[in-house]
Design a binder for this molecule. Structure first.
Ligand SMILES: Cc1cc2nc3c(=O)[nH]c(=O)nc-3n(C[C@H](O)[C@H](O)[C@H](O)COP(=O)(O)O)c2cc1C
Length: 160
């Protein structure tokens, strides 16, 4: 397994971008090459078998993916690429005041990716904007455990 991580960002007002940057920082501290990619202009071909992804995504409208993530999401649904060999994790931002659609965008991506054969590593981090915690701080704590799980058993891991 290569120690490389692509962090895909779906955001409207920037919180998910902060989460992505925090995750990249944590990854780099573990000598994992992390690249942060806003989803603007991308489509489902961004997912390459053998690679590991972290999606940092917020929810808008009534449980919708942000506008900048629509290209990726809609081509996953429309083109149905085979994604076995793709591994992913999800940081899903939302607000529990939207009780019926709390963190739905992360759930939508999780459903779409898993149906196409991709394998999720770990549990989704669902961050609630009404919780009083900063999403990037919650992500930092979660990311350390997620990164260890995603890259554990890697033969190229540096000696402890
Ligand atoms: C107009 C609007 C609609 C929203 N709709 C939802 C929603 O349906 N479900 C949810 O969990 N959060 C919803 N949210 C909350 C955002 O997902 C949350 O504030 C998030 O932290 C924003 O992250 P971002 O800055 O990366 O876009 C909504 C926020 C706004 C402003």
């Amino acid at each position: 397994m290569t120690r490389a991580l692509t962090i895909l960002v779906g955001t409207t007002t920037g919180n998910a971008q902060y989460c992505a940057e925090e995750s990249a920082f944590r990854a780099q501290a573990l000598e994992i090459a992390a690249e942060v990619k806003p989803m603007d202009g991308l489509d489902a071909t961004v997912f390459v078998p053998g690679q590991t992804y972290l999606l940092c995504i917020s929810t808008y409208g009534q449980g919708d993916v942000p506008d900048n993530a629509r290209g990726v999401y809609e081509t996953l649904i429309r083109d149905k690429p085979a994604l076995s060999g793709v591994r992913y994790g999800i940081v899903s931002l939302g607000d529990s005041s939207h009780a019926q659609t709390f963190c739905f965008a992360g759930r939508r991506f999780d459903n779409a990716l898993s149906k196409l054969g991709a394998v999720r590593v770990g549990e989704i981090l669902n961050h609630d904007a009404s919780s009083g915690t900063m999403p990037e701080e919650a992500t930092a704590a979660w990311a350390m455990a997620w990164l260890a799980q995603a890259f554990e058993g890697d033969s190229t891991a540096p000696a402890q």
